[in-house]
Write a protein that binds this ligand. Structure first.
Ligand code: ADP
Length: 491
């Protein structure tokens, strides 16, 4: 099968969070299973050019109709750790992707509406006719809309779309300017409630809703989150739309790339290890402490890695830091915040804990350091308010770092409580879980983890090893996506 992935991220060249990991890891596994995969991405000025091999211009004269005129684009081509990627670079005064950031402009809806249009135009003009176009998140929600309303008539009638929603919170809201820009000119038609009109703001169109309505199949990134999206408020107003389209909606649990995340061959950790050489892990803990100026003492090292965002339960992350210190442990945080209030708050905490030999807060995005933290920590906390899938707990498992998580979304599909899990025998359990999103809730799980570490080290190690035994690679999930691709191709 010939599959084209269109997305706003692909790790490690463009990564703001889990979306980048998923786009890369899924593409690689699809190729491993014998399929042809290409990726189309924006050419941001701030992406990691050092992660692209053989970048060259592939298509110089891409003219993309926009706003009644056209924007001229160059398309570059290169390999990101073996994946064939096409990068679209528009040349216009809007400077869509030359701004030093991936997201955060006031005109993000126009930036990605343009990218979606340009990606389709590139497929059309370069005569690429994939069997399946796989789009991701709100940024590419308009692709199936334009494919079925426009490009189908230009010679792309056989292409099918699978649309994956990684986070319902960001849906892509716009107005007439988006319709004008993309050339979806029939305002009354597209503003229909059964098409793009936002379910709550009657003056707006919603990219993600368009993605759901027009795609041949829609997925989200874990089975439990698929259920939450339909039956709780977590889909931010799209529950009814999902209800209408339930026949083509499902949840597929994300995998992680077992080569990128592999403690046996990880280039960023000084002491490789496996389940059979688990004793080496403690050398990474020592190295991590050395790097972050933490004291070397026999105490549990708890970490948090992730965006500092309301979604992630920042108040509980903050509490976990001080609770761990109060319990005599050490805490390492690696995170970045886009919201200035949260950013300022954690900068103050960083200053507060600056001289504490048991705490380190690293504020920013640092891929290399994240690997060392996964390898060096004993416990990883993920106290999310909601979590479509969550990758950090799964990476934690792979590195023998015991997860302490809140029981929501994909966390429920991946972590099984050491003491209480009703569905898994003791030898299949791999972490600690709590449900109430408050301090007592978090304590109830974190305390059990710290106590087991302190009072029964062999059992704690056994639990870490059980986590390492889980196969959360892309093998099974990729097969599920292939089944979906096959299904929509022949429908
Ligand atoms: P998200 O909601 O951000 O997608 P996930 O748990 O699905 O959360 O994925 C997070 C991914 O981003 C993981 O690979 C994690 O290691 C990485 N990550 C998050 N924040 C940082 C950071 N500040 N520095 C390095 N890597 C990070």
């Amino acid at each position: 099968m010939y599959i084209v992935q269109i997305a706003s991220e692909c790790a490690p060249v463009i990564k703001a969070g889990g979306l980048g990991d998923v786009v890369y890891g899924l593409s690689r596994e699809l190729e491993n299973q014998g399929h042809t995969v290409e990726l189309i991405l924006p050419m941001y000025d701030c992406m990691r050019y050092d992660q692209i091999w053989g970048l060259h211009d592939a298509y110089k004269e891409l003219s993309v109709p926009w706003n009644g005129g056209a924007i001229h684009c160059s398309v570059f081509c290169g390999w990101v750790h073996g994946r064939l990627c096409f990068f679209i670079q528009p040349h216009s005064i809007e400077n869509f992707f030359d701004r030093g950031y991936y997201y955060g402009g006031n005109d993000d809806n126009l930036r990605f509406a343009f990218f979606s249009k340009a990606a389709l135009e590139f497929l059309l003009q370069s005569n690429k006719r994939p069997d399946v176009i796989h789009c991701h998140d709100w940024q590419t929600g308009l692709i199936p809309v334009m494919l079925y309303e426009m490009y189908k008539f230009y010679g792309m009638a056989n292409q099918r779309v699978c649309y994956t929603i990684h986070n319902f919170k960001h849906q892509g809201i716009g107005g007439m300017e988006v319709l004008r820009g993309t050339g979806l000119n029939n305002e009354g038609y597209y503003y229909g409630y059964d098409r793009l009109r936002d379910n709550f703001n009657p003056f707006a169109i919603n990219f993600m809703k368009g993605g759901i309505v027009y795609s041949n199949f829609v997925t989200t990134v874990s089975p439990h989150h698929a259920w939450e999206a339909r039956f709780t408020g977590i889909s931010y107003g799209l529950g009814h739309t999902l209800e209408l389209h339930q026949d083509k909606f499902g949840g597929i649990l994300n995998g992680i790339d077992f080569d990128v995340w592999n403690p046996e061959s990880d280039r960023f950790i000084p002491h490789p290890y496996t389940a059979t050489t688990f004793a080496e892990k403690i050398k990474n803990k020592k190295a991590l402490r050395e790097r972050l100026w933490l004291r070397q003492e026999d105490k549990p090292l708890v970490c948090y890695i992730g965006r500092l965002d309301d979604q992630k339960g920042v108040h509980l992350v903050h509490h976990a830091l001080y609770h761990t210190l109060a319990r005599g442990g050490q805490f390492v945080l690696l995170g970045s915040a886009t919201e200035s209030g949260i950013n300022d708050w954690f900068w103050r905490e960083k200053i507060n804990t600056n001289n504490n030999p048991d705490a380190h807060l690293e504020l920013g995005f640092n891929e290399e350091l994240s690997h060392l933290i996964y390898a060096g920590a004993d416990i990883i906390v993920v106290p999310s308010n909601y979590e479509p899938c969550g990758l950090t707990q799964v990476i934690g498992l792979r590195y023998g770092t015991v997860p302490v998580v809140r029981g929501v979304g994909g966390l429920l599909n991946t972590i099984f409580d050491y003491d209480y899990d009703p569905n898994h025998p003791p030898e299949k359990r791999n972490g600690f879980m709590f449900f109430e999103p408050d301090q007592q809730g978090l304590n109830s799980a974190l305390d059990r983890a710290i106590d087991l570490y302190a009072k029964n080290p062999p059992l704690f190690q056994q639990l870490a090893l059980q986590g390492m035994n889980y196969d959360n690679s892309w093998k099974d999930p990729a097969q599920k996506y292939i089944d979906i691709y096959d299904f929509i191709r022949h429908r």
